[in-house]
Design a protein around this ligand. Structure first.
Ligand code: NAP
Length: 466
């Protein structure tokens, strides 16, 4: 081995260690930033190692690619707002998966067009390459549709038609059938391109029937496919860092999907084939509920100002209103008056994993005040006022009390156990599940209508004068 090979192996080893430490760091808000920097440094080492590769004959196109990719990446990092993070992530997955698919196609082309010896294209290599191309292609189009739905370019509602699941499963079976055929007959060029085309089409058809609000789970699943496609690319190219990083990506994405489904008490198959949020499920669970009790700004201000303990429960409405700074200001004013302030964070509040954590961190809310669902629930019976800020499903008591509710069994933040509940929302709008929320009709609950940011800002002044 010459120094170049040693350097490449060393940089790949270092990159792999940094990826693992980075992932570990991301598991807690306090270490998340450090984890992110470690993973970034790891990626830089992997790129530097790859640039030293002896197979490179010219750097021209590599430099063009690096400049183009860095410019796009930097622009996206600077200009894409925090609220558009889900669709930005979908776009990144599409790029990553397309890159994996392109590498596979280029390799296949090299073998079948005499650039590499055809005899070397054995069953194992074709298996890894086919897997990479199939997953890479369906992830590319699937992620683009997810991006379109989240950005509002493609209709967000589940697009459902009769026999859809059977049609999709048949398409997948044919694609996998071609893939298996290619393992035994790698030189069959036409089946190869048909498999490629079908995989692209399958990606579109897989995501179209899923509602936009389920996109985070879908994206996390597609992320895991992109990771596994990259791992397969690593096998095809004999590149260890790709195998390790792809496997880490693949399995962490899969585990995240499972965790998100568990927090919603739904199965992956229900997310993929259930068309949740469509008209059929949206009306279920509605019934005679009584009336909602509207409260005034001044009443709420007095309640908050003279409380001993207040718990804020943020949800999707906090994100749309961008009310994170306003809630922090209100918390400051309350703390100055000696009120204990805590935040109850539901794992699927908002529309992407960690949505509330990211927003509250942006507003410099101390981590020590953030309590996960299991931690905050035992505290609620001793809480004077729970303030629900643009949350709905994650505080819906039907999930706990009504076994026939579509969200039955989903763990909730049990704000109805506190002495008083104030709900900040704009009107009678429903949450992501489309279900009525009995919490809003309970005697303990007062509704304070208006945009969350506007209401919280006004409350700051009202509490100061209370
Ligand atoms: P939610 O159930 O979607 O409810 C959000 C509420 O916010 C609405 O009822 C809406 O009522 C209110 N709202 C909207 N804009 C507002 C504004 N500007 N000011 C004040 N209120 C506003 O939200 P959630 O309780 O956070 O629950 C999240 C849901 O998303 C769960 O069902 C979860 O399963 C699902 N989900 C989450 C993820 C994830 O990763 N986090 C992924 C997939 C699905 P008005 O219209 O009346 O204002």
């Amino acid at each position: 081995m010459n120094w170049q090979t040693y350097f490449i192996e060393f940089s790949y080893l270092l990159a792999s260690i940094l990826f693992i430490l980075g992932l570990k760091g991301l598991s807690h808000p306090e270490t998340a930033k450090r984890g992110m920097h470690m993973a970034e440094f790891g990626m830089m080492m992997a790129i530097i190692g790859t640039l030293m590769h002896f197979e490179i004959v010219s750097y021209t196109w590599i430099i063009v690619g690096l400049l183009l990719g860095s410019t796009l990446g930097a622009a996206m990092g600077v200009w894409v707002p925090m609220t558009a993070m889900p669709q930005r992530t979908a776009l990144s997955h599409a790029f990553g998966a397309f890159a994996a698919a392109l590498v596979g196609i280029a390799e296949y082309y090299s073998y079948t067009h005499g650039f590499k010896p055809l005899a070397e294209l054995g069953q194992v290599k074709m298996g890894a390459m086919g897997f990479e191309i199939m997953l890479g292609s369906l992830t590319t189009t699937g992620s683009l549709i997810a991006f379109g739905k989240l950005q509002g370019i493609v209709p967000g509602k589940p697009l459902v038609y009769r026999g859809q699941n059977i049609f999709n499963m048949t398409l997948l079976a044919v694609t996998i059938g071609l893939f298996i055929y290619l393992i035994f007959v790698p030189t069959a060029v036409i089946p190869f391109y048909v498999m490629l085309g079908l995989a692209f089409v399958f990606g579109v058809l897989l995501v179209l029937p899923i509602g936009s609000a389920d996109m985070p789970v879908v994206m996390s699943l597609l992320n895991s496919y992109a990771g596994l496609a990259s791992a397969a690319t690593g096998f095809v190219l004999g590149n260890n860092v790709l195998i390790i990083a792809g496997t880490l990506d693949g399995f962490s994405g899969f585990i995240l999907s499972i965790l998100m489904c568990r927090a919603m008490n739904r199965s992956i198959t229900n997310v993929l084939f259930g068309a949740f949020g469509s008209a059929a499920t949206a009306t279920a669970g509605e019934g005679e509920q009584g009336t909602m009790r509207e409260v005034s700004m001044d009443d709420v201000a007095v309640q908050l100002a003279y409380a001993s303990k207040v718990v804020f429960v943020p949800g999707y409405g906090l994100a749309t209103a961008q009310a994170q700074h306003a809630v922090r200001e209100l918390a400051n004013v309350l703390e100055e008056r000696g009120v204990i302030v805590k935040y109850g964070i539901h794992p699927v509040a908002g529309r992407m994993p960690g949505h509330m954590n990211v927003l509250l961190a942006e507003a410099n809310v101390p981590y020590s005040q953030l309590y996960e669902l299991e931690q905050i629930n035992p505290e609620l019976s001793s809480t004077d006022v729970s303030v629900v800020i643009g949350a709905n499903d994650v505080v819906n008591p039907d999930a706990r009390d009504n076994p026939s509710s579509p969200i039955a069994g989903m763990p909730i933040i049990e704000v109805d156990r506190s002495k008083s509940v104030i709900v900040l929302k704009r009107g009678q709008g429903k949450g992501f599940s489309g279900l009525e929320n009995p919490l809003f009709f309970k005697p303990v609950t007062g509704m304070l209508y208006g945009d969350a940011k506007d209401t919280l800002t006004k409350l700051v002044g009202a509490v100061q004068h209370a």
